[in-house]
Design a protein around this ligand. Structure first.
Ligand code: TXA
Ligand code: MG
Length: 331
């Protein structure tokens, strides 16, 4: 099913081959100064769905989009004065900024997991920067390991973990930092550290001259007021495993269909995947949720999706979208 694995050290030919693969929607693992990333064209939802399939990740989290420099990132994210300061101080380097996503950004909804924000980073590894420049598009890249395994810091680790799931690894030797990038959320007027990493809290605080708040790591703990929720959920209630309409109980529902599900009697249908393909459904997930989230319906019904392959991650994500929560503020 997968092409034979190619591992190539630095050369112009290797970089242009890798860039060509990324532009064609294929996955390429590449070195950064923190850990090896499993890259895909961040503007191509099918390619990004491939990341989840290869990693066998049980849930969809927003991914970091990688850029060769600040200007390339600024085409997709809105930089305020704090973001400019941090970018000037730490880029290229082990810092990721979560910023408002620009409305004209072409980064797909699966990359940002449906959120109005986008995580951007300019890695320092020369091979990564040259690759990103050659691709000319944002590259989504989580660590290049199977879900639940330790983050890879050599091409050998990547090959061991993902070798039969990806076609190409760029070998840039061992990663210098060995720890993932620090993630800083600047979408509110506070400075919130979402993930500790290569750049320290003290370093950030010194550059900004303000306090850096640590995010709640316990997901069950209530979020401090004003903190942006890290998971997108539609305004309408979401009902899982909907095998039939039930107007008396749920009112007018729009169905997100999958495979040979029952569509009769629903007010409208949007397809996650008509052919019942889990990778296609994953690629469509967040865009369809946004499309379905219209005030003329009372709720969103999700057809049953088998819990195999990416179905597991889709169901997990839908479960969180359907969990009881505070009502959305009216727009
Ligand atoms: O060092 C690194 O950052 C590596 C290398 C390959 O660059 N990449 C990496 O990517 O660790 P990833 O996708 O696994 O890390 C994503 C982190 C998660 O903690 C995620 O929750 C957070 O960034 N994140 C991404 N987008 C976000 C957003 N819009 N809002 C809040 N958190 C976000
Ligand atoms: Mg990881």
């Amino acid at each position: 099913m997968c092409p034979a694995l190619t591992i190539r050290p630095y050369s112009e030919g290797a970089l242009s081959q890798a860039a060509g693969k990324l532009r064609a929607g294929e996955l390429v693992a590449f070195p950064t100064e923190t850990v090896y990333g499993l890259g895909a064209d961040a503007t191509n939802a099918d390619a990004v769905a491939g990341i989840y399939a290869a990693k066998q990740r049980p849930s969809f989290n927003p991914l970091i989009s990688h850029f060769p420099d600040r200007d390339a990132a600024a085409a997709h994210a809105t930089f305020d004065a704090r973001a400019e300061k941090l970018a000037a101080a730490f880029w290229p380097g082990a810092l990721t900024l979560v910023l408002p996503k620009r409305s004209d950004s072409t980064v797909c909804e699966l990359t940002t997991a449906g959120l109005p924000s986008i995580a951007v980073r300019v890695p320092a590894h020369p091979m990564a920067r040259e690759l990103l420049r050659a691709v000319g598009r944002p590259v989504a890249a989580p660590s290049a390991n199977r879900s639940g395994r330790i983050s890879p810091t050599t091409a050998g680790h990547v090959a061991h973990s993902l070798g039969n799931a990806i076609g190409m690894i760029l070998d840039g030797g061992p990663c210098g930092v060995g720890l993932e990038s620090t993630v800083i959320d600047l979408t509110t007027d506070r400075v919130v550290m979402l993930r500790p990493g290569g750049i320290t809290k003290e370093q950030i605080a010194e550059v900004l001259g303000t306090e850096v708040i640590m995010a709640e790591t316990d997901d069950s703990a209530p979020k401090s007021p004003g903190m942006l929720t890290s998971h997108y959920a539609p305004g309408l209630p979401v009902r899982l495993d909907a095998t039939a309409p039930d107007k008396a109980t749920y009112g007018h529902e729009i169905l997100l269909g999958f495979g040979d599900c029952v569509t009769k009697g629903f007010d409208a249908v949007l397809w996650l995947s008509k052919s019942g393909n889990d990778v296609e459904a994953a690629a469509n997930l967040f865009a369809r949720l946004h499309e379905a989230d219209q005030k003329r319906f009372d709720g969103i019904a999700i057809a049953p999706i088998p819990a195999t392959g990416l179905g597991l991650a889709i169901n997990d994500r839908m479960k969180r979208a359907s969990a009881p929560r505070a009502p959305h503020p009216s727009p």
